[in-house]
Write a protein that binds this ligand. Sequence first.
Ligand code: SAM
Length: 302
Amino acid sequence: MIAELRLEEPENLARVRGSRTAEMVAAARAGHFARGERPLVTEDPFAIHLAGERWRRVIGSSWRHWLVTRVLLRKVIPTTTYVLIRARFTDDRVLAATERGVRQLVILGAGFDTFALRYPDVGVQVFEVDLPASAALKRERLAAADITVPEHLHFVEVDFERDPLDERLLAAGFDRHAPACFSWMGVTYYLAPEAVTGTLARVADLSAPGSELILDYMNVREGVPADELALFDSLLRFVEKHGEPMISRFDPGSVVDRMGLTGEWDVLRHEFPAADPSPYLGSRTDLPRVAPLFRLLHLRKR
Ligand SMILES: C[S@@+](CC[C@H](N)C(=O)[O-])C[C@H]1O[C@@H](n2cnc3c(N)ncnc32)[C@H](O)[C@@H]1O
């Protein structure tokens, strides 16, 4: 039975470079939507259609869900609570930007993001930037679920390690003279540091004044509390085993500088949700503790 649930065996790894982790975070949102105590931290009714058949079977069965979350993945499961918080942080920032009149959202490393489906009426053009394989798998799963790709959603195929983000975005209809919101969640740690700074330099070039940037990053090992180092090491081993190693980490004291963001951007928020998760979690007790490995940044272009 456990062999049947062996999640470390990718269904078709060669074809899905990049999308293994996208699938897992979609599964975290889908599991929370199906099983979480109300009110939810984040509501994503579409995630279940993107998480893939294997995760659908897990989420659809109480005992399988228990076995996977409490036994098979117990060492890394606090990461899922962080993923829910990150999703909520993103929605809150993006919706606030739309209230300020921002009409373009660029989701860098979009994976199985569903903002465009969940908020079709906020008047935003959504540019989902990702590797071709991840985008193709997403389209395939949307089609299989009979979900039509809305007109305001544009897929932009880019490898941050190689391709010119600016050219591809402009070709897809992005307007560099109008403010935009750039969201880069769950991606920086999978890239070489030069790809992080290179991508952010292009984002800065594409950003009209008033544009916003939200992203998250992984803390350096020295910044992780001693009693959470086992979680840190387990997570690194886990993602490596899935073919998507986490290779970049930043010190919170120097991250803004090291990412090349000093000068052009004002930092509006720099959050460490594990230190005070109460704005997101309230008094709920149905979720594992928050993994204290990641931090969130919110910046606005001068
Ligand atoms: C963990 S998922 C994050 C998905 C989504 N942003 C979220 O927060 O749930 C990481 C995403 O980054 C994408 N990615 C990884 N390396 C990339 C690269 N070099 N260029 C473009 N996208 C990349 C993957 O394809 C995947 O969709």
